[in-house]
Design a protein around this ligand. Structure first.
Ligand code: KIV
Length: 293
């Protein structure tokens, strides 16, 4: 960040000012208190309570299944850890597509749950929503390129902006979002040349995921980064741990210890006071049957 301080809470204006700075911004998703504590202890700048929670945690096949209430539930868990990082909450599908009133109310629900900003997908098409949410004093992060909420219209999770027209549309959308007042823009799954052009064309930071190195910051999904999600590994994911393997091995050892009579040990057991255990033995198996009247 431009104002490096180990303790200062990260704000949307501080993120917005982080342009033309050598050190890129870091954003990682978190959806609950333990993961929020981990990523904040790792000193990220922003925690994204993404609608990716639908797939990584809730077992859905796409992000379209989660509601504002679902995201608010996870934002609350993250915010109660009081992270230094800015908490950005995803506005889910259909929470800003119906009316401007709906959009601002849903954004407010996420702010009341503890977020410091909201993120929404789409460019010029979503400017009305961006304007009303900003009018309500809520910072907005944009999201362009592969927008998973458009899964059905774009025909799957695929790289966007590959041809000239599509690339230009992404640049124009980014300029429109930045001019409308978005404090940062996520660029997902676009060729690096497109990300570079967007980054050079807007005055606010771009945060890339599958967009190459020419962005002002990078974001990864926590479960991908630590190897808790191993079913699909997109090309842009770098895995820094294998928690699925570690956790499976730990639970297997527990199961083997239980089955082998090695768990619990005496140290892991509460013992009755002297004499009480002996007295209990005298009553045999059932204390209710033999208890004195
Ligand atoms: O929901 C999410 O995790 C996201 C990131 C992929 C940017 O939007």
């Amino acid at each position: 960040m431009t104002e490096p301080s180990a303790l200062r809470k990260v704000t949307a204006p501080a993120v917005s000012a982080h342009k033309h700075v050598d050190t890129p911004l870091v954003m990682v998703t978190a959806y609950d208190a333990p993961s929020a504590r981990i990523v904040d202890a790792a000193d990220v700048d922003m925690i994204l309570v993404g609608d990716s929670v639908a797939m990584t945690v809730l077992g859905y096949d796409d992000t379209l299944q989660v509601t504002t209430a679902d995201i608010a539930h996870h934002v609350g868990a993250v915010a109660r850890t009081h992270p230094r990082a800015l908490v950005v909450a995803d506005l889910p599908w259909m929470s800003y597509h119906v009316s401007t009133e709906d959009s601002v109310r849903n954004a407010a629900t996420l702010i009341r749950a503890g977020a410091g900003a909201v993120k929404l997908e789409g460019g010029r098409k979503r400017l009305d929503a961006v304007h009303v949410i900003l009018d309500a004093e809520i910072p907005v992060m944009g999201h362009l390129g592969l927008t998973p909420q458009s899964f059905h219209t774009i025909g799957g999770f695929r790289v966007q902006g590959r041809d000239l027209e599509a690339a230009r549309a992404i640049v124009d959308d980014a300029i429109a979002l930045a001019e409308a007042g978005c404090f940062a823009i996520v660029l997902e799954c676009v060729p690096d040349a497109v990300a570079r052009l967007v980054t050079d064309s807007v005055a606010v930071p771009t945060i890339g995921i599958g967009a190459g190195r020419h962005c002002d910051g990078q974001v990864l999904v926590f479960h991908d980064l630590v190897g808790l999600e191993t079913r699909i590994t997109p090309k842009f994911v770098r895995r820094y741990a294998d928690l699925t393997a570690d956790a499976t091995a730990a639970v297997s050892r527990f199961a083997a210890d239980v089955r082998g009579g090695r768990f619990p040990s005496s140290e892991e057991t509460y013992h009755a006071a002297d004499g009480v255990a002996d007295a209990l033995q005298l009553y045999g198996g059932s204390t209710t049957e033999h208890a004195p009247a």
